[in-house]
Design a protein around this ligand. Structure first.
Ligand SMILES: *Cc1c(COP(=O)(O)O)cnc(C)c1O
Length: 362
């Protein structure tokens, strides 16, 4: 496996090499089954064991309380932008959205189709380069829920605390790009969702963790595939699930459990991001874009003095096998996505490359 390059893509993103090797080894015939996971019935005992173990391992990894359901859905985080309000935005109430970036904006857009919404804490005026403080947040009393984006993949900001919201209002988090990057207190949330392709596995599977009492809100008139309650009642097997994605996601969770669980991966993530930000701060040549207290440990966004120099850096970095460093097209600049599976050595090697680039162009 010497031909793998450093993959800084924001998603789909790098997976642990050991996970890919295991998936490859067992691809043609699962041990004891003699068929590929892609070829067996989702109602078969082998698949029930796979999805059951994935759920049990997720519960163990994140300490998920018994009164939460773990669902494996499809349609990406984007479908959750619709499912959250369709299921939880009950008639006559308002949904509060904390506006911290492009993905929050897309989530709000779908909620507006469903019912009343209220925007709070927007940091749009500074280009979403920071997470709002509690004094900037004004919530609706008795809101249907509060929606937040725990990590803003495009702008490179991340919540390092939870917003203080009114008692009894469920907190909903789009955690697509930082789920299981460190310890999480699930009991603080009503619902957490994440498309798998950033920190959990391949695209095609979306993880949803939902507190059971919220399932009662799903309207009976709601279409089956959009209804959390029906997915929960059927153990995510109402229809054919994304079997291969769930299988690989399970391998990723196993890998996390073998590497010190969430505290273990948090230490590695802090070290990786810490080194990279230290380099970005070192001389003023690089221009990190997120406010210091809001910096993401997953997506490190930065610029250079001119767009020409940025183009040159991305070109030279790509040629040197540092792939995926171009910033999102909406914001430009550079972005190094260094999710759980991104190897620490890749960060060290990138820093050395950046120092060399600065020597030639600084
Ligand atoms: C990538 C991303 C999404 C969109 O995910 P899809 O699975 O492609 O629908 C939504 N929210 C955040 C925070 C993301 O990073």
């Amino acid at each position: 496996m010497t031909n793998r390059i450093y993959n800084f893509s924001a998603g789909p993103a790098v997976l642990p090499l050991s996970v890919l090797e295991k998936a490859q080894r067992d691809l043609i015939a699962l041990p004891g089954v003699g068929m590929s996971v892609m070829e067996i019935s989702h109602r078969s005992a082998p698949f029930e064991a796979i999805i059951g173990k994935a759920e049990a391992d997720i519960r163990a990894l994140a300490g998920i309380p018994d009164n939460y359901k773990v669902l494996f859905l499809q349609g990406g985080a984007t479908t959750q932008f619709s499912m959250v309000p369709l299921n939880l935005l009950t008639e006559g109430r308002t949904a509060d959205y904390v506006m911290t970036g492009s993905w929050a904006t897309k989530a709000l857009k779908e909620a507006k189709r469903v019912g009343a919404t209220h925007e709070t804490g927007s940091t749009a005026d500074t280009g979403y380069n920071r997470i709002p403080g509690d004094a900037e947040l004004a919530f609706t009393q008795d809101a249907a829920y509060v929606h937040m984006t725990s990590n803003n993949t495009i702008e490179g900001t991340e919540w390092h605390r939870l917003p203080q919201i009114p008692d009894g209002v469920p907190l909903i988090a789009d955690a697509s790009s930082d789920i299981f990057s460190g310890p999480i207190d699930i009991s603080k949330f009503g619902l957490i969702y994440a498309g798998a392709q950033k920190n959990l596995g391949p695209s095609g599977v979306t993880l949803v963790i939902i507190r059971e009492d919220l399932l009662a809100r799903s309207p009976k008139s709601l279409h089956t595939m959009l209804n959390y309650n029906i997915h929960a009642d059927n153990g995510s097997l109402y229809n054919t699930p994304p079997a291969f994605g769930i299988y690989v996601l399970g391998l990723v969770i196993e890998w996390l459990l073998e590497h010190g669980g969430l505290p273990g991966i948090a230490a590695v993530n802090e070290r990786k991001a810490g080194k990279l930000y230290a380099e970005l701060d070192r001389t003023g040549f690089w221009r990190p874009t997120a406010q210091k207290d809001s910096r993401s440990l997953m997506n490190v966004t930065f610029r250079l003095g001119t767009e020409d120099l940025e183009k040159q850096f991305i070109k030279e970095a790509t040629a040197a096998n540092f792939d995926g460093l171009k910033g999102h097209r909406d914001v430009g600049g550079m972005r190094a996505s260094i999710y759980n599976a991104f190897p620490e050595r890749g960060v060290d090697d990138l820093i050395a490359f950046m120092q060399e680039f600065e020597r030639r162009n600084g």
